[in-house]
Design a protein around this ligand. Structure first.
Ligand code: PLP
Length: 440
């Protein structure tokens, strides 16, 4: 026999002692109850569950996935050759590498500073770059450096990791009517072109992501300047996630927040090789924490965030493997740069097709230019559109509501797939367009 434990959806064997309502148990291993505040299962698990149910019911219907943002193209030749060579080095006593330097090898941090920053006029030194195994963990772990009672601003819609990791850390308050009581939500809507305005109330920590996941929106230099000015004046910190920077083609758009004067004092930037170089399964990323970026303790003394993050990483992380860092460094060779440009060009080609076809069907879209995501306005209920699209066209997208309240009525369509699949998905969607349009 199984019981449902209070407030949770988990089934436990009836033999397990459970607390009667109101009684507080102490003498047992207890969970971090913040996990009970998580609003629902992770978005992509729910998408997966519905797709699986559909496939069981329609085993002969092929399903095309334009949902999850995972890359489909393999590692490029220059990266692969460097990766192989480094693996061979590990098998030879004279070239074997054990634990690497805490913050990453200089052979990788140097080219990053040079090519991703200095070449664009952003004053970042190799010592300010910290190599890691992913931006997901970095954007999640960074909050460990900050006080517990901060005013945290999160755009809506948003990459769910920023919200859920703050929930787990107990920073958000309770979940009620689709939002957490203690978070400050920055609505990103059609009205502001999906770029949130600087807040009117006090904010200590703000998450920004451009090109944006999920909306595909980009931020202009003037808009980013306004954010940097706000953060500097109010002694706040911007966490700037640039995971999709390699998709920017418009030269007027900033690639890095450090192209904006003053950002070195008030911003941490996250970048990943996942989408840039097809490393989702290889795992390598980096976080830039300028040495001039400070946060304060309760007595008003300033502390270097670079020193705190370095200490955190050195204590809790043992670095990215030598072959993976060698593979990442190959991205910065002349050949590597050419090859990874080919990857983003390919996905941008898909994005263009998706955007044009959707607009042709009468759906308003943002993104898909300078971004691998297309954010399509599809009606009032994004799960309903998701289900109808799956049912009628066999195409999987991501319902906008999964990224926040402001995402309802939208879906995110990902360009990370093979071109023939994208073409086929758009043909199937066009055939179902009349029924899909009825929802909007
Ligand atoms: N940041 C954003 C905005 C993302 O969309 C993703 C992945 O989808 C990540 C970070 C995670 O990157 P990584 O693979 O480096 O963990």
């Amino acid at each position: 026999m199984y019981l449902i434990v209070r407030g949770s959806k988990t089934l436990v064997p009836a033999s397990v002692d459970t607390a009667p309502a109101g009684r507080i148990y102490r003498n047992m291993i207890r969970i971090n109850e913040n996990y009970e505040k998580l609003s629902s299962s992770y978005l992509f698990s729910e998408v997966g569950r519905r797709v699986e149910a559909f496939q069981k019911a329609h085993p002969k219907t092929p399903v095309i996935r334009l949902g999850i943002g995972d890359v489909t193209l393999p590692l490029t030749p220059a990266v692969l050759a460097a990766f192989h060579d480094a693996v061979d080095e590990m098998g030879n006593e004279s070239t074997f590498h054990g634990y690497g330097p805490d913050l990453g090898y200089d052979f990788l941090r140097g080219p990053i500073a040079e090519i991703d920053y200095r070449a664009r006029g952003a004053d970042i030194s190799p010592e300010e770059i910290v190599i890691s195994d992913g931006s997901k963990c970095d954007t999640a772990n960074i909050q460990e450096l900050f006080a517990h009672d901060l005013h945290i601003a999160i755009p809506d819609p948003v990459y769910p990791v920023y919200v859920d990791t703050n929930v787990m850390a107990g920073r958000t308050g309770a979940y009620r009517d689709g939002r957490y009581g203690s978070l400050i939500y920055l609505d990103s809507t059609e009205d502001n072109g999906f770029v949130p305005d600087v807040p009117k109330s006090r904010v200590d920590l703000v998450y920004l992501c451009f090109p944006n996941n999920p909306t595909g929106a980009t931020i202009t230099r003037a808009q980013l300047e306004a954010w940097v000015e706000y953060a500097r004046k109010s002694k706040a910190l911007i966490l700037y996630d640039a995971a999709y920077v390699s998709f920017i083609r418009d030269d007027a758009l900033p690639r890095s927040i450090y192209e904006i004067p003053g950002a070195r004092e008030c911003a941490i930037e996250f970048r990943s090789f996942s989408k840039t170089a097809g490393f989702t399964g290889v795992r390598c990323a980096y976080t830039v924490v300028p040495k001039t970026c400070m946060a304060w303790d309760s007595s008003g003394s300033a502390h270097s965030l670079h020193a705190l993050w370095s200490r955190r990483q050195a204590t809790k992380f043992n670095g990215v493997s030598y072959p993976v860092q060698r593979a990442a460094a190959a991205v910065y060779t002349v050949q590597g740069q050419k090859e990874i440009r080919g990857l983003s060009d390919y996905y941008l080609g898909n994005a263009k097709i998706i955007r044009e076809k959707l607009v042709g069907m009468g759906f308003a879209c943002t993104g898909g230019e300078n971004s691998p995501y297309i954010w399509a306005k599809v009606g009032t209920d994004s799960w309903k559109f998701f289900d109808t699209l799956l049912e009628k066209a066999g195409v999987v997208v991501t319902p906008g509501i999964g990224f926040g309240q402001c995402g309802d009525g939208y879906v995110r369509i990902s360009a990370f797939n093979k071109k023939d699949k994208v073409d086929q998905a758009m043909r199937q969607m066009a055939a179902a367009a009349a029924e899909l349009k009825k929802l909007s």
